[in-house]
Design a protein around this ligand. Sequence first.
Ligand SMILES: CC(C)(COP(=O)(O)OP(=O)(O)OC[C@H]1O[C@@H](n2cnc3c(N)ncnc32)[C@H](O)[C@@H]1OP(=O)(O)O)[C@@H](O)C(=O)NCCC(=O)NCCS
Length: 164
Amino acid sequence: MFIKVAAMQHIETVEALAREIWTEHYLPIIGREQVDYMLSRFQSAQAIEEQIANGCLYFLIREAEEFIGYISIQPKEQELFLSKIYVRSSRRGKGYGRKAVRFAEELAKEKGLGKIVLTVNKNNILAIKAYEAIGFKKVEALVQDIGKGFVMDDYKMEKKRSEK
Ligand SMILES: CC(C)(COP(=O)(O)OP(=O)(O)OC[C@H]1O[C@@H](n2cnc3c(N)ncnc32)[C@H](O)[C@@H]1OP(=O)(O)O)[C@@H](O)C(=O)NCCC(=O)NCCS
């Protein structure tokens, strides 16, 4: 169900899913210019390849024969950073997000890391509700400059790894 991304074919699948999901979901939140900028800077095939080369892990979420979303994870010294979690709109609300967090928790456990951390746009209300339902709590507000006059205006959220 979670397929580790390494081959270029899968990297291109992530790139295509990112374009579809980010364009649809973020347009009303951050606008076209910032979506296009962030896609080219962070979710082009080349950018994803570089992130993987630098230790970031990407996994496609597969349902039957179809890829329906993806996650990316960065193990840090004290915590596991859940950098991206995106499910296609037609597949939301069916438990994939929760399963993806569970999967991240298993990786955290393997690596001896005690919590999962993520950042989410302050106006991404539905995602914040889903994260809260899964057990994340807001811990701080963060504004990060990402160049070209754009910022990521986020909450940092975290969840202690469950011991199960
Ligand atoms: C956020 C996201 C990854 C969650 O994945 P999902 O597969 O829809 O989540 P799940 O079906 O596993 O739901 C997890 C929990 O959140 C709750 N939830 C999900 N969407 C919700 C919503 N819109 N409002 C309130 N609660 C919600 C569910 O009820 C569930 O809780 P429960 O198990 O106690 O019922 C997904 O909705 C998504 O891709 N959103 C768009 C992209 C995005 O914003 N990604 C996050 C970027 S930081």
